[in-house]
Write a protein that binds this ligand. Structure first.
Ligand SMILES: Cc1cc2nc3c(=O)[nH]c(=O)nc-3n(C[C@H](O)[C@H](O)[C@H](O)COP(=O)(O)OP(=O)(O)OC[C@H]3O[C@@H](n4cnc5c(N)ncnc54)[C@H](O)[C@@H]3O)c2cc1C
Length: 396
């Protein structure tokens, strides 16, 4: 594995940094760049955030890896990875599902009409999507989804419930998986649709999570969707969903927040004393910090392994599972040590003016649990590593 970036890639990072430095000087920068936030949904749909995304689009930062014929730049996904790392470093919104799984799936499987309708809007950051996969009884076992799409004159009628749809409270369009053929084996009767979030029959109920990430339950009651909004072929949705995971390898979980949290944790330890001794001079704290520093470097290596394999045309399913498992649990361990260092004060939330570090660590302690669940739980990542990586049989 060669982890060195090319001159072109390094020059790209410099351009992104210059753009972000300009952005940091804007009067509304505080609304856009929030390095200490633990949840993307906190930024949600503010006008400042949308305007920032449009400025990214104007600079050509959306669709870097899309084919030129669809308005992209035909570059390697490594550029999207580099861009997202720089965005994460300053706490700005990342490029996400629009240019990622949705745009890429439309490019490969969408009708000409869907391509005309959505691709230019995605490239100009004019449209927000919500992903409707999970249901009350279909999360880890997504293929068990039951939301029903039944044929009717000119289209389909949708009935059922989705669970944990992040962004549903502000998105314009719903990218939704539904069961179109209940007789077929469960992986074969699923289809993907696009439908306007404000379509009659859709009700959105917010779910507040322990990490302040707002997600939603979405109910669909006899919602009509025309044939034109079916993505690709009916009953082939499962294939598209699995394929789309591969488009996201380059933008899947960023590393730089781990590095920043480690630095902040060292500063925190250096600023506190116990029995008159600075914590960074105590053996137990030094041991814990050295261990975490080693783990942060391990996470960097695991992420680079994903990027390296993906940029060499391989499908790094096992590498991505290892990185997701290790890095999300490492975020939790960083927060745990911070609370150990802070003692009872660590329980003060950011709402309390006396909270150390403005309540950053207490929030981190609550929020980091969520990343070990979303996009495949830790147990599911371990199953992938055990089965695909180690060739072990299914658990008995
Ligand atoms: C913050 C957040 C945002 C999300 N955003 C979205 C979104 O925008 N769109 C969307 O569609 N979904 C979203 N999700 C849903 C997410 O993908 C699911 O929560 C996740 O896949 C787990 O599914 P579940 O919650 O139904 O739990 P279950 O699948 O019911 O799992 C419950 C427990 O059982 C364990 N388990 C399940 N199966 C196995 C197994 N085979 N082996 C071992 N252990 C197992 C799990 O690890 C877990 O601990 C989001 C979730 C979170 C937390």
């Amino acid at each position: 594995m060669d982890f060195e970036f090319s001159d072109e890639e390094r020059a790209f990072v410099e351009r992104v940094r210059a753009f972000l430095a300009e952005e940091a000087a804007r009067p509304d920068a505080g609304e856009i760049m929030q390095p200490n936030r633990e949840s993307d949904s906190i930024l949600a749909d503010t006008p400042a955030r949308r305007a920032f995304c449009r400025r990214m689009a104007e600079r050509g930062y959306l669709g870097l890896s899309w084919p030129v014929e669809f308005g992209g730049q035909g570059r390697s996904g490594v550029f999207e990875y580099l861009l997202n790392e720089e965005l994460a470093r300053v706490g700005a919104p990342l490029i996400g599902k629009g240019v990622g799984c949705i745009g890429q799936t439309l490019i490969r499987h969408g009708s000409d009409q869907l391509k005309r309708e959505f691709l230019p809007k995605i490239l100009k950051a004019e449209v927000e999507f919500a992903l409707g996969y999970s249901e009350p009884s279909a999360g880890s076992d997504l293929a068990a989804l039951r939301l029903r799409a039944e044929r009717c004159d000119g289209g389909w009628r949708l009935n059922g419930q989705k669970m944990f749809t992040t962004s549903a409270h502000f998105a314009d369009w719903y990218w939704l998986a539904a069961r179109t053929n209940p007789q077929a084996p469960k992986h074969k009767g699923v289809s993907l649709f696009l439908l306007p979030m404000r379509q009659a029959g859709i009700t959105v109920h917010p779910i507040e999570t322990m990490g302040e990430h707002v997600t939603n339950q979405v109910f669909l009651d006899d919602v009509f969707v025309g044939d034109d909004w079916l993505v690709g072929e009916a009953d082939r949705g499962w294939t598209y969903i699995c394929e789309a995971l591969d488009y996201e390898r380059f933008t899947f979980y960023t590393f730089s927040p781990l590095e920043q949290k480690l630095d902040a944790l060292i500063e925190l330890a250096a600023s506190r004393r116990q029995d008159g001794v600075r914590l960074t001079e105590r053996a137990d704290t030094r041991r814990a910090l050295a261990r975490l520093a080693t783990d942060v470097e391990t996470a960097r290596g695991l992420q680079r392994a994903v990027i390296w394999a993906a940029s060499h045309g391989e499908v790094p399913g096992v590498e991505a599972a290892m990185f997701k498992l290790f890095s999300t649990e490492l975020h939790q361990r960083l927060a745990n040590l911070a609370l150990d260092i802070l003692g009872p004060e660590g329980l003060l939330s950011k709402a309390d003016p006396d909270a150390p570090d403005h309540g950053k660590w207490e929030w981190s302690y609550r929020a980091t649990a969520l990343d070990t669940i979303g996009a495949g739980t830790s147990e599911i990542q371990k199953n992938i590593i055990a089965r695909r990586g180690l060739g072990l049989p299914l658990a008995g």
